[in-house]
Design a binder for this molecule. Structure first.
Ligand code: NAP
Length: 247
């Protein structure tokens, strides 16, 4: 067991849920590497971390690209050390009914949301195995379990993340590495802010806690799984959704 500070990689830390996770892990004392898709976004991450007294910095990466992930990993290892905490949070939506869904909308979502798990976990488990300690948290979604019209691509990617999480947890548990997923419900971020009013009120009517979740409420769940308190949880998907779906 180990609550001592380590290098924590959080993808998609420029805004929304990833930013809240980066701040949570930073406040736990970890050196945080947060990513954005642009250098400008990476610089903004470095600024908010410095403002909050968090050690670490922002880097640019495209998690859908093998080369970009390889370059990022080399840079992190050179400047810091191999990350022993990894939060795969970067994700996109390209919503459409299947009958209208373009091949690119399918591929982009699967490659970004699910392909990134393969790329980033493969690049980081070696370091964790050497250290005989690691924490991987993959951000899924409630729709990976519930389904949602217009999101066949997105919900397939998220259900895939949960299966990936269980299999990897079995593969590397004996090395002291836990692998879990957190499945947020309807959280107030850029991803949900442009939903039509009617869709938002229909969604709210299905949430027993009758409100959107806040990014910090997802970050708290991630913090628990990363901490010593979560050390015996692995292969699990923790639903944080205000009760909108109860498996
Ligand atoms: P968001 O506000 O849209 O932010 C997405 C983040 O991912 C940004 O930091 C973005 O970087 C990054 N990103 C996008 N494409 C990328 C790529 N190809 N390579 C690297 N980074 C990339 O999203 P969010 O609402 O915080 O969602 C975060 C995660 O939670 C996602 O996996 C999402 O599926 C999941 N989730 C969200 C909700 C919700 O209600 N919001 C619900 C369930 C699950 P840039 O800023 O540079 O674009």
């Amino acid at each position: 067991m180990n609550d001592s500070p380590t290098v924590a990689l959080v993808t998609g830390a420029s805004r929304g849920i990833g930013r809240a996770i980066a701040i949570e892990l930073g406040k736990m004392g970890h050196v945080v590497v947060g990513t954005a898709t642009t250098q400008q976004g990476a610089d903004n991450i470095s600024v908010y971390m410095a403002e909050q007294g968090i050690k670490g910095k922002g880097f640019a990466v495209d998690v859908s690209s093998d080369d970009s992930v390889s370059t990022l990993m080399a840079a992190i290892t050179e400047e810091f050390s191999a990350p022993l905490v990894v939060v795969n949070n970067a994700g996109i939506t390209r919503d459409n009914l299947l009958m209208r869904m373009k091949a690119a909308e399918w591929q982009d979502v699967i490659n970004t949301n699910l392909g990134s798990m393969y790329r980033i976990c493969k690049a980081t488990v070696k370091g964790m195995t050497k250290a005989r300690f690691g924490r991987i948290v993959n951000i899924s979604s409630v729709v990976g379990s519930s389904g949602n019209a217009g999101q066949t691509n997105y919900s397939a990617s998220k259900a895939g993340i949960e299966g990936f999480t269980r299999s990897l947890a079995i593969e590397i548990g004996s090395r002291g590495i836990t692998v879990n997923a957190v499945a947020p419900g309807f959280i107030a971020t850029d991803m949900t802010k442009d939903l039509p009013e009617a869709q938002t009120s229909a969604l709210l009517s299905q949430i027993p806690l009758a409100r959107l979740g806040q990014p910090e409420e997802i970050a708290g769940a991630v913090g628990f799984l990363v901490s010593d308190k979560g050390a015996y949880v692995t292969g699990e998907t923790l639903h944080v959704n205000g009760g909108m779906y109860m498996g």
